[in-house]
Design a protein around this ligand. Structure first.
Ligand SMILES: *[C@@H]1O[C@H](CO)[C@@H](O)[C@H](O)[C@H]1NC(C)=O
Ligand SMILES: *[C@@H]1O[C@H](CO)[C@@H](O)[C@H](O)[C@H]1NC(C)=O
Ligand SMILES: *[C@@H]1O[C@H](CO)[C@@H](O)[C@H](O)[C@H]1NC(C)=O
Ligand SMILES: *[C@@H]1O[C@H](CO)[C@@H](O)[C@H](O)[C@H]1NC(C)=O
Ligand SMILES: *[C@@H]1O[C@H](CO)[C@@H](O)[C@H](O)[C@H]1NC(C)=O
Ligand SMILES: *[C@@H]1O[C@H](CO)[C@@H](O)[C@H](O)[C@H]1NC(C)=O
Ligand SMILES: *[C@@H]1O[C@H](CO)[C@@H](O)[C@H](O)[C@H]1NC(C)=O
Ligand SMILES: *[C@@H]1O[C@H](CO)[C@@H](O)[C@H](O)[C@H]1NC(C)=O
Length: 784
């Protein structure tokens, strides 16, 4: 992995506040090495996400920086996901006589794999993507919320602009029928219109989804063919052709006459509801098919507005740090998608958002970030989640392409909601119904493969989720594993329910749920030991005995390092033999008590043991920054009054695992979660997701301002004397008053204010180190 360059290189790149943060965004970070980053053109939370699709095993988000050929440029994608390749519907491909001998459309290679074309280096900027194909055609695209405008520039001597619209092939070949292709003259433009759609399957969920398109070319075609498998049907530019499509592949081929330039602009609207709506979106959002440059400029302006709630003074900050910061922030706004007004599933006046892929990843860092940088969007997200509860009966953990996705761990929408609630996100939100949804998660067992929790009855009886629990309804559906990591998450989810109960004045519930949040302790085995440390979270049988997995815990010696990077790293995914921890080891999950870290410190043996145990956790390779449970541990030194060690730890993680290179991410970006970790680390504080606490490390910019777009209040953080050496906080003031706590609360972002930090090169042995400087914990009187 390429390491990040020196943060303060001494090269002074910019001294003014960036007015055009889009200029710093590099779309290609994480487009190799399994980052699965979406590199294409979209708006913030855009429905349409367009990029060239690589013929690569890593094409979950379409384009991969691995040199593989391009199968098409398709209209819909997700960002940074694991699982199968997502979406990739309605690809276009410009052809020349190389693909279609003698410009004969029946000779074109339409097969998805065989048609793939080599390419040069793509370029991209917010709202724009371009790639030169080896057949001489340059493909460019820009977008609006529900539509895309493509511009294909053919070689100058091109006699006919040949073009493929594949109506059925998505990235995973999931076409299920219910398709339609209608080709007709467009009465308003005198051009060519194609409408259609089809049914497909989601990439990490159950069921199917339908999606619709409306395509417009500005002129009538010189020749056109409809193809279905290997049969070609001639199209008449003056007549309407209509076909129900059940067989895959199917699509249309056109030859257009070149105009004065060999350029073809085409427009496509996308709707999850109907082809009529897709046409309306296209016509309203891109009225002029020739206006590529102005659509692109508008897209960039939209991005700058959303990125611009954060302002940084980049004096003395390297170009690479600025690029890393803004590119990471940019990626946090790609997903979920705002498809309000385009919901085919139920009628509602509430916002509708999709591609929560998945909340297990995003609740920790992405949604807490929105709470300070995009609170309007976050309020809509919360309303959308509550409306999903109203209409499906459950809050989701994961959704994509209108379908239910697979639950990974706890019911973490509870913690997403408690995060927003405790940060005063209220606009338009029916918190009583939100609370009802959270309580349902905690009390009613559903099909936990896709909703709610499993093991509720068993946990009520014994205080934890036992290994092999079969009380699920329906029993054992899906990979019925993860009992230990789910229990830890359920306990923290319960804490979030308690926080909301407190705010809503439900006193009895507060006591109940705060008490249930103590269940983590029921899986604590003080006798489990590893590398000189005792006491670990260990799975437990229903009879109370601790569980040993015969596959790994040989001779009944529990292995808390199992599933860590050093032992059985890939054993713990969402598969039926996936063990009792999910995507991390007991070593890592044994830190996960954010509701009561003070109690964990005591349980582990006090601050010194806690601190040296953290040191070993990192130095022995048990920590995994490539999956989200690895984020919070990098900040935990604050809970034992050692904030300077957090500074060192976070700096070394950023340097070792993140860069602006194509392989600059340690794992799947997971809908911007990896990006959000980078953003928080650079801002100088990190959210304990689910509560209003932020743990301080140190900023990477001498001044950062965040404007609350709801009330206009500005939170400013300054780091006086910050340099490559001066990275430790010496002293601080908050709104002019001396401040020694090593954490801040959300109040800074609701009320506005200034946190002034004085930086130095040595670790101040007293700042942030006292008992009264520690972040809140339930057992030491926090949160009540
Ligand atoms: C990539 O495309 C080129 C044409 O641009 C073709 O010659 C080559 O065989 C393709 N490679 C693969 C692996 O498909
Ligand atoms: C194609 O034509 C355009 C416009 O006349 C010209 O600017 C461009 O240089 C030409 N490109 C090539 C490769 O000849
Ligand atoms: C479409 O064609 C008709 C008939 O030739 C013509 O009257 C009309 O102006 C054209 N409309 C556009 C938008 O070019
Ligand atoms: C929404 O309401 C309209 C008008 O009453 C109805 O035709 C349509 O079927 C409803 N859609 C859904 C998904 O319930
Ligand atoms: C979401 O989409 C709706 C409908 O287009 C729009 O009114 C709303 O402003 C969007 N929300 C955000 C945060 O952009
Ligand atoms: C929860 O309540 C039970 C019963 O009163 C008590 O034994 C236990 O200590 C409580 N746990 C916590 C974490 O408060
Ligand atoms: C831990 O080991 C001690 C000594 O063998 C034993 O008495 C105790 O019951 C054990 N505790 C647990 C929770 O297994
Ligand atoms: C170290 O921190 C203490 C406590 O905040 C403060 O009084 C002292 O001035 C700091 N030392 C330096 C060198 O800033």
């Amino acid at each position: 992995m390429k390491a990040l360059g020196v943060v303060f290189s001494g090269v002074v790149v910019a001294s003014a506040v960036a007015q055009d943060p889009a200029q710093f965004v590099n779309h290609f970070i994480g487009t190799s090495n399994g980052g699965h980053v979406f590199a294409g053109a979209t708006l913030p939370w855009g429905s349409v996400k367009v990029v060239a699709d690589s013929l690569s095993g890593d094409n979950q988000a379409g384009y991969v920086s691995d040199g593989t050929n391009i199968t098409g440029i398709s209209q819909l994608h997700d960002d940074g996901t694991g699982g199968g390749a997502s979406l990739g519907n309605f690809p276009f491909l410009p052809f020349t006589s190389t693909q279609c001998a003698n410009n004969d459309l029946t000779k074109c290679t339409v097969d998805h794999t065989l048609r793939a074309i080599g390419h040069g280096d793509p370029t991209a900027s917010p709202g724009y993507f371009s790639i030169p194909l080896n057949n001489g055609v340059k493909a460019e695209v820009t977008v609006t919320q529900h539509a895309a405008l493509h511009r294909f520039t053919y070689p100058n001597d091109t006699k006919q602009l040949l073009f493929l619209l594949d109506a059925t092939t998505d990235l995973s070949g999931s076409f299920q029928g219910d398709g339609q292709v209608t080709v007709s003259p467009n009465p308003t433009t005198n051009g060519t219109r194609v409408t259609g759609g089809g049914r497909f399957t989601p990439s990490f969920g159950e069921g199917t989804y339908q999606v619709h398109f409306c395509f417009d070319a500005p002129t009538t075609f010189v020749q056109g063919k409809y193809y279905e498998t290997s049969t070609f049907t001639n199209l008449d530019p003056a007549a309407t052709f209509d076909r129900q499509v059940e067989t895959h592949p199917a699509g249309v081929l056109f030859g257009f006459a070149p105009g004065t330039a060999a350029t073809l602009n085409v427009r496509i609207g996308i709707s999850w509801t109907s082809t009529a709506k897709a046409c309306t979106y296209a016509e309203e959002e891109i009225p002029d098919i020739s206006a590529f440059d102005s659509v692109q400029a508008a897209a960039r302006a939209t991005w700058n507005k959303v990125l611009g709630t954060v302002e940084v003074d980049a004096t003395g900050v390297s170009a690479e740090t600025q690029e890393l910061f803004w590119s990471s922030l940019y990626r946090t706004y790609i997903s979920p998608t705002n498809i309000t007004g385009d919901n085919p599933l139920w009628n509602s006046t509430e916002p509708f958002w999709d591609s929560f892929y998945c909340i297990w990843d995003s609740f920790r860092v992405v949604h807490p970030l929105y709470a300070i940088t995009a609170p309007t969007a976050q309020a809509e997200v919360v309303r959308a989640l509550i409306d999903i509860y109203r209409n499906t009966g459950w809050l989701p953990d994961c959704r994509m392409s209108l379908d239910k996705g697979f639950t990974q761990g706890g019911s973490n929408a509870d913690s997403l909601l408690s995060d927003s609630f405790s940060k005063g996100i209220t606009v338009g939100i029916d918190w009583e119904t939100g609370y009802e949804a959270m309580v349902k998660d905690a009390t009613v067992e559903g099909d936990f493969t896709v909703e709610g929790r499993g093991g509720i009855a068993a946990r009520a009886a014994v205080g934890y989720v036992p290994v092999g629990d079969t009380s699920d309804n329906p029993p054992n559906e899906g990979p019925n594993t993860r009992s230990a990591s789910r229990l830890l998450e359920y306990a923290y989810n319960d804490f979030g329910i308690g926080l909301v109960a407190k705010g809503l004045g439900k006193t009895d519930d507060v006591a109940h749920y705060f008490n249930k949040s103590g269940d983590w302790f029921n899986l604590w085995n003080p006798n489990a030991s590893n590398t000189g440390f005792s006491g670990f979270i260990q799975p437990r049988n229903a009879d109370g005995s601790f569980f040993f997995d015969p596959r790994y815990d040989l001779n009944n010696v529990f292995r808390p390092d199992h599933c860590s990077p050093v032992f059985g790293h890939t054993d713990c995914f969402l598969n039926s033999d996936g063990g009792e921890f999910y995507e991390a080891s007991s070593w890592e999950y044994s830190w996960y008590v954010p509701q009561d870290m003070a109690s964990l410190v005591k349980t582990i043996g006090g601050p010194d043991t806690f601190s040296s145990r953290l040191d070993t956790f990192f130095s022995a390779g048990f920590h995994d920054i490539g999956d989200e449970p690895g984020f919070l541990p990098t900040y935990l030194y604050n809970y034992v009054g050692q904030p300077a060690k957090t500074v060192d730890r976070v700096d070394s993680i950023i340097k070792q695992f993140y860069s602006t290179a194509i392989n600059g991410l340690p794992g799947n970006d997971d809908s911007g979660a990896m990006g959000a970790y980078v953003v928080w680390s650079h801002l100088g504080f990190f959210p304990v997701a689910g509560q209003a606490t932020y743990l301080l490390n140190r900023p990477y910019f001498p001044k950062i301002s965040i404007t609350n777009e709801v009330n206009g209040k500005v939170a400013t953080i300054t780091a006086q004397g910050l340099s490559a050496e001066n990275i430790y906080i010496q002293s601080a003031t908050l709104n002019g008053e001396p401040y020694t706590k090593n954490w801040i609360s959300h109040q800074l972002f609701t009320d506005g204010g200034t946190l002034e930090l004085v930086m130095g090169s040595s670790k101040n042995s007293t700042w942030g180190t006292g008992q009264t400087d520690l972040p809140p914990s339930l057992s030491t009187g926090g949160f009540v």
